[in-house]
Design a protein around this ligand. Structure first.
Ligand SMILES: C[S@@+](CC[C@H](N)C(=O)[O-])C[C@H]1O[C@@H](n2cnc3c(N)ncnc32)[C@H](O)[C@@H]1O
Length: 276
């Protein structure tokens, strides 16, 4: 049985519940995104409607399902230039070092390893265009991967709601986004010049070995390993280590560290490591 699109009233019910439980206020632009995720889950559980799923997650027996619902929402949380200090460090220190190493030419490769809806790789791409004007002839590419196909589809389209104005510094917004007006209101599309720096691919970080050849000059693996146990984290880090160039950089999320996990990296700055 197919499940109809979620109505604004049904969305409001879930939105209030999520806000009350984890303090995340979903904007109206997330209605279809959440609706599609819920519809898939409703089918898997052989339920018939959003209302029956809502009753389940509100019930005592539905506690595990409620945790899963909250996971659906928090797991993809991201934003442009999330963790400002790391992007500043990248633009001012790491990128100049990487370019210095390539001053005689060569490939520059970056990997955003759990890119969610694309804000992270687009932030990197914007900084590449902003900070490497003199080196635009370098062969620079960003690989952006995630396990969630729907997030990747969204990322690939590069269309974001008007609320990104609060995340992207205004000179970058005017240079790298195109204002689009549609029935859903004002939105921004990442310009072609930025989009063409990125290839989006599906990749499950728990399926080894990874199919890419690399090597990468820097990897962003942020706010994702928190969902995995120590053995999985170690296996992921071994792959990242293999795929980084010597002296390559690894950026983790602000609350993450490699403490006790992998000694083959040294700490450079908060949550930023160098391959030893
Ligand atoms: C909180 S988001 C992080 C997005 C971005 N890196 C950031 O820090 O803003 C976590 C992402 O990890 C992805 N993810 C979860 N499990 C994964 C797996 N096994 N393989 C690849 N990606 C995974 C989710 O789909 C989600 O997009």
């Amino acid at each position: 049985m197919s499940i109809a699109e979620i109505t604004p009233q049904e969305f409001d019910l879930f939105r209030s519940l999520i806000e009350q439980k984890v303090g995340i206020g979903l904007t109206q632009e997330k209605r279809r995104f959440l609706g599609r995720k819920l519809a898939r889950r409703i089918k898997e559980l052989s339920l018939s409607s959003y209302a029956s799923y809502y009753r389940l997650v509100g019930s005592r027996e539905g506690e595990a399902e409620l945790a899963r619902l909250l996971g659906m929402v928090t797991i993809g949380q991201t934003q442009f230039f999330r963790g400002d200090h790391q992007f500043t460090l990248f633009a001012d220190k790491l990128l100049p070092q990487i370019l210095e190493r390539k001053k005689d030419g060569g490939r520059v490769r970056f990997w955003s390893a759990a890119c969610s809806m694309g804000q992270e790789p687009y932030s990197i791409a914007i900084l590449l265009l902003e900070k490497t004007r003199q080196a635009r002839d370098l062969d620079m590419k960003i690989l952006a991967t995630d396990v969630d196909r729907e997030s990747l589809r969204f990322a690939h389209a590069g269309r974001y709601p008007g609320s990104v104005k609060a995340e992207v510094p205004s000179p970058y917004l005017s240079r790298h986004f195109k204002l689009e007006k549609g029935p859903g209101g004002e939105g921004y599309r990442v310009r072609e010049e930025v989009r063409r720096l990125i290839s989006f691919r599906t990749l499950n970080l728990l399926t080894f070995p990874y199919p890419m050849a690399g090597p990468f000059d820097a990897v962003w693996l942020r706010n994702t390993m928190i969902y995995f146990g120590a053995p999985a984290k170690k296996a992921i880090l071994a792959e990242v280590q293999r795929l980084l160039v010597p002296g390559g950089f690894l950026c983790l999320g602000g609350s993450e560290s490699l403490l006790g996990l992998d000694a083959r990296f040294s700490l450079l700055s908060h949550a930023v490591y160098v391959k030893s």
